[in-house]
Design a binder for this molecule. Structure first.
Ligand code: SF4
Length: 314
């Protein structure tokens, strides 16, 4: 098969975003500062490769603070953000904590909080049970925020309050699906207040636009990323909706469909915001072992975003 040539369109930007970079750096710097172990509440970012590497240098991952045996050790909150009761619980337990919530998620938290203070009832557009959604809903007192996942939910939704409605969104949603949900919301509730600047983050928007640009030229599309990564799963959906029906997520347990790839002239590759570039490199190398590849990177925009790490780690 080595003489079979396959064109690989590499979407760019892809992979790590500034929030993920920062969160991983926070774990590393915390281990430097406090020694190991350092606890991390929830996967710091949704990627198995990242989590396993951090475990090797002294991070212990838990889902709740109650699982932490030695409360004298510090705990880091993941990039997805946490409900307000979590830092409160850490304070009550006298635990040292470092918040690795992405600043763009924190922006949505503050937005929701202000809307609530100003008397609005909030609708959050997002995916049920995703930690970011749990974190954003947990900024608002009970009953002050409702979750909507799709246009069907909008149809069923009734404003049972006398309050004005406002909406915010998860940062990692499909740009196109969210537009449809927002359109339906505005049609049903013409006075609904919207965020000044949209909540879907630059990294999500850029990665989806890059996939969209090349998907129709590809017979198969591969997105490197974990199954619980909202960002990565959305990229697969975007590739399918943008003209490449045969789009797949390649996660840690995936079997690469070499036979199907052999039948393609052109394939597309991208990776979610929590997937390190090494996963793309390994995937390409696996293909190189079998076929002769003609790789072309298609970059739609250059990203230049950096977030500072918390001062106490400097
Ligand atoms: S995907 Fe967006 S919101 Fe999430 S960590 Fe990255 S930059 Fe922040």
């Amino acid at each position: 098969m080595k003489n079979k040539e396959i064109k690989v369109l590499l979407a760019a930007p892809r992979g790590f975003c500034a929030g993920v970079d920062r969160a991983i750096e926070i774990v590393k710097k915390s281990i430097d500062k406090y020694g190991s172990p350092v606890y991390v509440r929830h996967e710091i970012v949704h990627n198995k490769h990242v989590v396993e590497n951090l475990k090797k240098i002294g991070a212990i991952f838990v889902e709740e603070l109650s699982e932490i045996k030695d409360k004298t050790r510090p705990v880091i909150f993941s990039a997805h953000g946490v409900p307000k009761n979590v830092p409160l619980e850490a304070k009550n337990l006298n635990m040292e904590f470092v918040d690795a919530t992405c600043p763009l998620v924190s922006k949505v938290h503050r937005e929701a909080e202000n809307l609530n203070k100003n008397g609005c009832h909030i609708i959050l557009i997002g995916h049920k049970n995703h930690p970011e959604v749990i974190g954003t809903m947990g900024q608002i007192p009970n009953g002050g925020i409702d979750l909507i996942e799709n246009v069907e939910d909008v149809k069923k939704y009734e404003n049972k309050n006398d309050k004005n409605l406002a909406f915010v969104t998860q940062t990692t949603l499909s740009v196109d699906d969210t537009k449809e949900i927002i359109y339906a919301l505005k049609k049903k509730f013409p006075n609904i207040k919207e965020p000044k600047k949209e909540d879907i983050c630059y990294a999500t928007t850029n990665r989806q636009a890059a996939v969209k640009k090349i998907a129709k030229e590809c017979e198969m599309f591969f997105v490197l990323g974990s199954r619980n990564s909202s960002n990565s799963v959305r990229l697969v959906e975007v590739a399918r909706k943008s003209g490449c029906a045969n789009a797949l997520l390649i996660h840690s347990e995936s079997i690469i469909p070499f036979e199907k790839i052999a039948a393609c002239k052109t394939i597309g590759v991208s990776s979610g915001a929590s997937a390190p570039e090494i996963l793309v490199k390994n995937f390409i190398n696996d293909l190189k072992n079998k076929y002769s590849l003609k790789i072309q990177e298609v970059e739609i925009v250059k990203e230049d975003v950096n977030f500072k790490i918390p001062g106490k780690l400097n």
